[in-house]
Design a protein around this ligand. Structure first.
Ligand SMILES: Cc1ncc(COP(=O)(O)O)c(C=O)c1O
Length: 394
């Protein structure tokens, strides 16, 4: 079924289009004959409003330097935050950048010093660890706590690791890979632990728009508006509108000192601009993409429900805590008692699905694999059938 005027059901072969998810199977999994459920982008065409704007811009045929007057684009970001998430930010609080991971790296370089501790909450998006280490900072772990009700932040443990040499925390909300959408009280309690310390929270909210109807995304800065909680928030239309390849993202900092420092750091690295097509797509997405996003969320929610029902009825050995947001789901294969190598082998060489290995997500990642449900339902069903065929026999 398609959602009104948008088609999410047609299967799109992306092989040969220069995309990582389909074209890099061999280098990542050792074989090409896999159904791809790994990299976090979706096998859907983006909003027609975006494609149309890009087509028009491409038709113009001149691709010189984009304007440095970015007010229009920063306003689109601020309006989006206000409209979709009730967060009243001004375009002056917003800066543009070519990627959220870029933003993490620049923020770490500018707001912490070599050797400083930076907290992450594993299992978490692996580049968090990489960016901290590549920039000569130290990873400090505050693992999420797995409870019957889902994963939660361990604030008592967080307090114990916040020694004076820890200068930043990378918060992921919604959290990739456990698909939690942090509640207002959880964020407030987290903010209270951080308040008044010499710590900046680098808050990755890239998945902010992929929220199911039983959850609500609250920007950290909205939950913790007090100036004692120092935050830089990183957002993007990339996951939301499936335009990650266009490298359009934004950072938001209301704290004047943090804002001034980041603005100057992005300039110093020559990273304060977005390419021409990224700008066009960002503007179209945030100003005209809402109907498509609403239709997408209806579709994804059915994919989520179907995945949960399928696992419960056909593959009860694979556990999944109820996903509240994101299209990347954290499948728990621990009951099978397989080693990491055996699990990878079963997924890749028997089920012939490409799923993301859980181990690189850090503590609590072994025995898990991440499934991307951002694809036509028939494709997802086929992938789940493959899992059932393989794991039903183990
Ligand atoms: C939590 C999180 N942050 C950042 C990114 C990537 O951001 P970008 O491509 O803008 O660097 C991803 C992509 O999966 C992600 O899940």
């Amino acid at each position: 079924m398609s959602q009104g005027k948008y088609d999410f059901d047609s299967r799109i072969g992306r092989t040969g289009t220069g995309c990582e998810k389909w074209d890099d199977l061999k280098i990542n999994f050792g074989r090409e004959d896999l159904m791809p459920f790994w990299v976090a982008d979706m096998d859907f065409r983006s909003a027609p409003e975006i494609t149309e704007a890009l087509r028009e811009r491409a038709g113009f045929g001149v691709f010189g330097y984009p304007t440095e007057q970015t007010e229009k684009y920063r306003t689109a970001v601020a309006n989006w935050e206000r409209r979709r998430h009730g967060w009243d930010v001004s375009s002056d609080d917003v800066g543009l950048m070519p990627g959220v991971v870029t933003g993490i790296s620049v923020a770490l370089c500018e707001l912490t010093a070599p050797g400083d501790g930076v907290v992450v909450q594993p299992p978490v998006y692996p580049p968090f660890f990489r960016e901290i280490r590549h920039n000569g900072r130290r990873v400090v772990e505050n693992p999420l706590r797995e409870t019957d009700r889902g994963y939660v932040m361990d604030l008592e443990h967080l307090r114990s690791v916040l020694t004076p040499d820890v200068k930043a925390i990378l918060l992921c909300g919604p959290h990739n890979p456990v698909a939690r959408v942090w509640k207002h009280e959880e964020l407030r309690d987290f903010g209270r632990v951080c308040a008044g310390r010499d710590i900046v929270i680098i808050c990755d909210e890239i998945h902010q728009d992929i929220i199911y109807s039983d959850a609500k995304h609250i920007p950290l800065s909205l939950a913790c508006p007090e100036p004692e909680v120092r935050v830089v928030t990183l957002v993007a239309p990339s996951k939301t509108f499936n335009i990650a390849g266009l490298r359009a993202s934004a950072w938001i900092a209301r704290d004047a000192e943090i804002h001034r420092r980041l603005r100057s750091a992005f300039r110093r690295f020559h990273l304060s601009g977005i390419n021409m097509f990224g700008l066009v797509a960002l503007e179209a997405a945030y100003n005209r993409g809402e109907p498509w996003l609403d239709a997408l969320m209806e579709y994804l929610e059915k994919n989520r429900d179907m995945t949960e029902q399928f696992l419960a009825s056909r593959l009860p050995g694979v556990k999944l805590k109820h996903p509240e947001g994101t299209y990347v789901f954290w499948l728990d294969f621990r009951d099978y008692g397989l080693t990491r190598k055996e699990l990878t082998d079963a997924l890749t060489n028997r089920a012939r699905v490409a799923m993301t290995d859980g181990a690189p997500f850090g503590q609590g990642g072994e025995g898990f694999a991440r499934l991307n449900i951002g694809c036509p339902r028939s494709q997802l069903e086929e992938g789940l059938e493959r899992l059932a065929d393989t794991f039903g026999k183990l």
